[in-house]
Design a protein around this ligand. Structure first.
Ligand code: HEC
Ligand code: HEC
Length: 447
């Protein structure tokens, strides 16, 4: 009797402990982040999705995993230029003459709901899509069946254009512009996600008062601040980059497939919980660090460079600290950066509406003048982790930090000018300071 009573209390104690463990929020978050990491590294396959009846990767995709692009300086890092995302937008002349219309939609069904579409690298429909992509890039159709030559032709275009990457192509008598986006690093994004709106708005107001630069607050994420929060960007990336169908974001439409029946409900490739896991993992990626030199003279140069960064005006936009996030070097505002950095897909003109759209869908067509300006607006990228995230700028056109700085125009022209006017040793010091901004220590791989 006594023994069984002891067993009873013992079992009760154990289950209470188990319940406590299960309801421990910190531990639940750890588990979520661990599952998120697995999803970030998972190499997706078509037709082998973990969910019944889902079709996994595709029909269109840019890569098979998140980490395939986000890898420089460790898992979650930036990406090299060959991982850039290609975008297609009708040229300004086409848009102003007609607005989005049937001619665009005939070329790609994505134009039914967006003025810019992602020109995906791959499709599960390999041959037909390869032919389509070649046509859109203006490549010779004869090279289609020789993958090596296709690659070379793409690379040649890409190299020739790497300084001014926007290219015009004519398809079915419509002129389109092909432009690109460079993969951003994801370190420290959880901290950025938690900066309150009012802090960012108050920086915008300060800038308006001082009148040296004048930023606008859209969202915290994306080169154009086109996305408000991290969770939304992560879900968008699942749909846009990997072609996963989600409850909230649709996967891209296949331009060479059968027209879709809107009444057919597609099973989801990735669940809401899995998206939360993925976001939890990304949000916990550690923030970048500073790597200082042991050499005293070098330290003096770095200190001098840091002071110059402030005195020539870089810190007007690249603010060292925003709210309680130190070492960020951004104001998270978008700025007009001059005509040579313009891109056909404009920054959102109105404050963002919550939408289930991908991060390039932006159908509003404001008046032409406002549109010209919005095409030159970019969000100040945080400079933390800079050393490990080359190439630079929204389309990766700058191979070095020095080049990236010299390409600043518009609101940043004064700072770029003062940078050029520095003496050569001063410029070296400023660059030495920027060299100290490094990716966080690599997190160990579980495998
Ligand atoms: C084909 C390469 C590629 C793949 C694959 C990819 N990304 Fe990205 N990622 C990019 C590019 C390019 C950007 C910048 C997009 C922009 O702002 O226009 C980006 C930006 C982001 C951002 C916003 C970062 C910031 O600071 O603004 C997040 C978050 C993100 N990616 C998460 C993911 C996740 C999660 C996955 C996997 C589901 C993923 N990415 C897969 C290329 C990729
Ligand atoms: C008016 C605001 C503004 C000022 C002033 C400014 N920048 Fe920038 N900076 C930006 C924006 C916006 C971008 C992104 C432009 C793009 O991608 O086309 C950028 C990009 C960069 C990049 C590339 C970052 C990356 O991840 O690709 C570096 C490096 C940089 N700035 C350094 C500087 C330095 C050094 C100065 C001072 C000489 C400076 N900036 C002044 C707004 C500014």
């Amino acid at each position: 009797m006594r023994a069984s009573l002891r067993a009873f209390w013992g079992a009760l104690g154990a289950s209470v402990l188990l319940l406590l463990a299960l309801s421990d929020p910190a531990r639940a978050d750890d588990d979520s982040a661990a599952r998120g990491r697995e999803l970030f590294e998972r190499v997706w396959q078509s037709s082998s999705a973990p969910h019944p009846a889902a079709d996994g990767l595709g029909p269109l995709y840019n890569e098979r995993s998140c980490v395939a692009c986000h890898s420089l300086g460790g898992i979650g890092g930036a990406g090299p230029n060959d991982k850039n995302v290609d975008l297609l937008t009708p040229s300004a002349a086409e848009l102003s003459s007609s607005g989005p219309d049937d001619r665009f939609r005939k070329v790609h069904p994505g134009f039914a709901t967006a003025s810019t579409i992602v020109l995906h690298k791959f499709s599960t429909d390999r041959e037909a899509y390869g032919e389509f992509r070649n046509r859109m890039l203006g490549l010779d159709p004869r090279i289609l069946h020789e993958p090596a030559r296709q690659q070379n032709a793409e690379l040649a275009i890409f190299r020739g254009q790497s300084r001014v990457p926007n290219r015009a192509v004519k398809v079915s008598r419509v002129e389109f512009i092909v432009s690109r986006r460079n993969t951003t690093p994801l370190f420290g994004l959880g901290l950025i996600d938690r900066i309150p709106d009012f802090e960012i708005n108050s920086v915008a107001r300060q800038q308006a008062r001082r009148g040296i630069v004048s930023g606008r607050f859209l969202g915290r994420f994306g080169w154009r601040g086109q996305v408000k929060n991290l969770d939304n960007f992560v879900r968008s990336a699942c749909a846009t980059e990997l072609g996963l169908q989600l409850a909230t974001h649709r996967q891209p439409i296949n331009p060479v497939g059968k027209p879709e029946d809107p009444l057919v409900r597609r099973p989801f490739d990735i669940s809401a919980q899995e998206c939360r896991d993925l976001t939890e993992f990304v949000a916990r990626l550690p923030k970048p660090r500073r790597v200082l030199s042991d050499d005293r003279q070098q330290l003096v140069r770095i200190k001098n460079g840091e002071a110059l960064f402030d005195s020539v005006g870089c810190a007007e936009c690249h603010r060292p600290t925003l709210a309680d996030v130190s070492g960020l070097y951004s104001d998270l505002l978008v700025h007009e950066m001059g005509p040579s950095l313009a891109d056909p897909a404009p920054a959102p003109i109105d404050p963002l509406l919550p939408s289930a759209a991908g991060y390039y869908e932006n159908v509003e067509l404001a008046n032409e003048r406002r549109l010209v300006e919005a095409r030159r607006e970019w969000k100040t990228p945080p400079l933390w982790g800079l050393r490990d995230s080359a190439p630079y700028l929204h389309d990766g056109r700058a191979e070095t930090v020095d080049e990236a700085i010299k390409l600043h125009g518009g609101e940043a022209q004064f700072a770029a000018y003062r940078y050029r006017e520095l003496t050569s040793p001063q410029r070296q010091n400023l660059l030495a300071f920027l060299e100290t901004l490094a990716a966080p220590p690599k997190i160990a791989s579980p495998r």
